[in-house]
Design a protein around this ligand. Structure first.
Ligand code: 26Q
Length: 815
């Protein structure tokens, strides 16, 4: 990007005048943010148009990533980085006496996602544009994103995330491309003017879907792709008759019902909600996106749909958009009069499906009544897909009725979305090697036997532009100084750092950078939540959604144990540690919320006990989000990746930690396995049972948590402290947590996630960390080895894998 400082300055002044009627001296930080963002967007408009023109002039296959979530975070600094003009813009602002950081801080996160799955979608968009692939996102423009978390009296309290309070300078509303999506009603049958039989819906609720486009700017390239998000409104506005008769509530009823569809992101991570509105969201954006693609296709190529798969591949991000499969059948059959077999063959060539979970109970299943009531014609199509499928199964496995039942797409009173996806898609992928293996041999065994050719692995990745170049400029400079540029687009180049692992000066500089980043995080948290952090202590960090399988509980139990030891034995003198947590719990997930309360209660106790001052601190970062993450990763020494083996599909925070030089403390789970493989096991801290051991214990019910308590009095003590008044005088708050470990509650077995089984091994790994950290140089050396071997975990590599094995796209360079 050719950057003209004078021109930029002039357009900034002009924008402030036009939009706000202000000059620089009177503009506040928010006005300035809005103006800087708008000017930046203006600068890329011609590239955005050129990219679209290039794709139009040169009809090529394009990828559409259908996702209910895009966890984008802030756009301004990332876009400036990708345009390679961040420093130049800073300088212009400086010259005008404007503090860039203050401006940047005005931008709210686009928090349109829960966690890993949503952030992965955003990293993929960055990589697609950077690598010059025609690939775009389709999703929902939620009016409210992921809730804002406050901690009040140690408890999580949720507040709405009103991220669109001020207008969003990045989006462009495309009213000209609005489409209609229909819900409910009854199926009618008629004939078209030319005598063709057709199904259509009568008395349906009609909702208008209006797209908003956001530019996805590649790094150091002209490619600007598009993220298209749909907003729901009512076609009729409010009912003026009812309004005039002063029935105000009913007057806006229909309008509200439509607008509610894109009102708010469901804050559920790994666990279905079963709510009709959620299914409405799914169908709403799937249908709108397909209509958009089909309209565009017909306008360009005419209704010869045989060619549709030559120009479109749709990646379904988990089961959330899987209803797109029967919806494309409906569009082809009901709207374009295509026969079933031809429509099915088109659908089969178009869709690919990614699975992000192993938890069987997290696989989406919709009760038939909800599904059929909301989408009567779609249900009919799913029934027909299933009828034909079961016919095939009977041919293939004539007497295995159990298998027919297990695999039926409709069964147990529900529509099984994952089964529909696997049956229809030409590709099914897991997100890390172990995860894909477990899908094939455990959860989806029947399916991989039936369709072995569909199954493949795509280990996740993260974009180094946001997570290293932008979030950790000092480390980025350190790298470039040694191996030159190039790693920004090819992370495997970091391997070149290995020749410095014994270089004194390099290690010293690395230590200084980490130290500065730790100080910066301390300053940030002091300012944000008045917490004190000691940058000379080990920063041991666990940031991710709060979930029992992720075992934040294990982390806290160890802190309680460490605290006991420090208090009991004044001669016990491990290096000082700060345990840092960041986690949101789904609003209805009671036990996850209790764990947040426990972390904060332990923090309160430990941080206020003089006896452990300077040795142990616990910090809970309120409202963990992309922007907080960007400050946390660069400061971490230890990356906590401690899920029960076999439960974390991949994990991606583990990768962000690694490229920022934290050492992994983890189980052999998800992508941790591949991280240890790349970095070398001796450069991380592995503990805990393997997934094989867990699977075996699940099968033979041989796990007896009580034996671990009997054998380890220090463990028994911390577990008892949950209910003996040490932390809670009422003895009630942590009772359920206690009982879930010791007895099992609500018909569950005790300690479902093997916390007690892994406790000892976790403590040993923590002791090893304490011992090794004392050797600063040795630690820095391991840090550097981790960074040097993190190349595999770039989302650029992941995207190239998808392109090669699934999408078959060609690069299209925009001149
Ligand atoms: C489903 C139905 C109704 C409401 C909500 C949901 C829902 C929403 C979000 C279900 C699951 C999610 C998110 C899942 C998720 O983030 N999974 C994570 O995906 C990452 C990227 O592949 C992996 O690294 C993580 O291991 C996996 O947990």
């Amino acid at each position: 990007m050719n950057f003209d400082a004078e021109k930029f300055k002039a357009s900034l002044v002009e924008r402030l005048k036009r939009q706000y009627g202000k000059d620089i001296a009177h503009a506040n930080s928010h006005d300035l943010y809005d103006a800087v963002a708008a000017c930046t967007r203006e600068m890329i408009t011609s590239n955005w148009m050129a990219t679209r023109a290039e794709y139009e002039k040169n009809p090529v296959k394009q990828l559409y990533y259908f996702s209910a979530e895009f966890l984008m975070g802030r756009a301004l600094s990332n876009n400036l980085i990708n345009l390679k003009i961040k420093d130049a813009v800073k300088e212009v602002l400086n010259g005008m006496n404007i503090d860039y950081n203050l401006v940047e801080d005005q931008e709210p996160d686009a928090g349109l996602g829960n966690g890993g799955l949503g952030r992965l979608a955003s990293c993929f968009l960055d990589s697609l544009a950077t690598l010059d692939y025609p690939g775009h996102g389709y999703g929902i423009r939620y009016e409210y994103g992921m809730f804002e978390q406050h901690i009040e009296d140690g408890y999580q309290v949720e507040y709405p995330d009103n991220w669109l309070r001020h207008r969003d300078p990045w989006e462009i509303k495309r009213s000209d491309l609005a489409v209609t999506v229909k819900f409910g009603g009854n199926i009618a049958y008629g004939t078209t003017p030319d005598g063709q039989p057709r199904f259509y819906l009568e008395n349906a609720e009609e909702v208008i879907a209006t797209p908003y486009d956001m530019p996805i700017i590649g790094y150091d390239t002209n490619t600007v792709n598009t993220l298209r998000l749909w907003e729901a409104t009512s076609p009729n506005g409010f009912d003026l008759q009812l309004f005039n008769s002063m029935d105000y509530n009913r007057a806006v009823e229909k309008q509200n019902s439509a607008e509610n569809i894109s009102r708010v992101l469901y804050p559920n991570d790994n666990g279905p909600s079963g709510k009709a509105l959620r299914l409405k969201q799914q169908y709403f954006f799937s249908s709108a996106s397909l209509q958009d693609l089909v309209h565009h296709f017909v306008a360009n190529f005419g209704p010869d749909f045989k060619k549709f798969p030559d120009y479109h591949v749709i990646q379904l991000n988990d089961t959330h958009p899987v209803v797109a499969i029967p919806e494309l059948m409906r569009i082809l059959i009901d709207e374009y009069g295509i026969g079933w077999d031809e429509a099915w063959s088109i659908v089969q060539k178009t869709f690919a499906y990614t699975n992000h979970t192993i938890l069987a109970e997290a696989l989406e299943k919709w009760p038939i009544e909800i599904f059929q009531g909301l989408l009567p014609r779609i249900y009919q199509i799913v029934e027909e897909i299933n009828r034909r499928f079961i016919e095939d199964l009977r041919q293939k496995y004539p007497d295995d009725y159990e298998k027919h039942n297990r695999m039926s797409i409709i069964g147990g009173g529900k529509v099984r979305m994952a089964w529909l996806a696997i049956h229809a898609a030409f590709s099914v992928n897991g997100v890390a090697a172990l995860h894909t293996e477990l899908l094939k041999t455990q959860e989806l065994k029947d399916w991989s036997a039936l369709y072995p050719e569909k199954f493949n692995n795509k280990t996740n990745g993260v974009t180094q532009r946001r997570w290293l170049l932008n979030a950790n400029p000092a480390l980025a400079e350190f790298i470039t100084k040694r191996i030159g540029h190039g790693w920004e687009k090819d992370l495997t180049k970091l391997k070149g750092l290995e020749k410095f692992i014994d270089d004194e000066e390099t290690l010293n500089e690395l230590i200084t950078i980490k130290q500065d980043n730790k100080q910066a995080l301390a300053d940030y948290l002091k300012h944000k939540q008045n917490d004190f952090l000691d940058p000379d202590s080990i920063y041991d960090v666990q940031v991710k959604r709060l979930h029992e399988y992720k075992r934040q509980f294990l982390n806290v139990l160890h802190i309680m144990y460490l605290y006991n030891r420090l208090v009991e034995d004044p001669n016990f003198d491990p290096p000082a540690r700060t345990f840092i947590f960041g986690a949101k719990a789904a609003s209805g997930y009671r036990r996850a919320k209790a764990i947040i309360k426990l972390i904060n209660t332990v923090a309160d106790r430990v941080n206020n006990d003089r006896r452990v001052r300077g040795k142990l601190r616990v910090v809970f970062v309120e409202n963990y989000c992309v922007t907080a993450a960007e400050k946390i990763y660069p400061a971490a020494d230890v990356s906590e990746q401690i899920s029960t083996a076999g439960y974390e599909a991949s994990g991606t925070s583990n990768m962000k930690f690694m490229i920022n030089g934290a050492l992994t403390l983890g189980t052999m789970d998800g992508a941790n396995i591949e991280i240890f493989e790349e970095a070398g096991k001796e450069n991380g801290f592995i503990f805990g049972l393997s997934s094989d051991q867990i699977i075996k214990m699940e099968a033979d019910h041989s796990y007896k948590p009580s034996e671990y308590l009997a054998r380890n009095p220090q463990l028994a003590k911390v577990v008892e402290q949950l209910v003996d008044g040490t932390y809670d005088p009422t003895h009630q708050i942590f009772k359920e947590l206690h009982d879930s470990l010791v007895y099992g509650v609500e018909g569950q077995r005790p300690d479902v996630f093997y916390v007690l089984a892994d406790f000892n091994s976790y403590c040993k790994a923590q002791e090893e960390i304490a011992a090794q950290y004392k050797d600063k140089k040795g630690w820095a050396r391991k840090t550097l080895i981790n960074i040097a071997n993190s190349g595999k975990f770039s989302s650029d590599r992941t995207i190239e894998d998808y392109v090669r094995d699934i999408w078959k796209l060609n690069k299209l360079v925009v001149k």
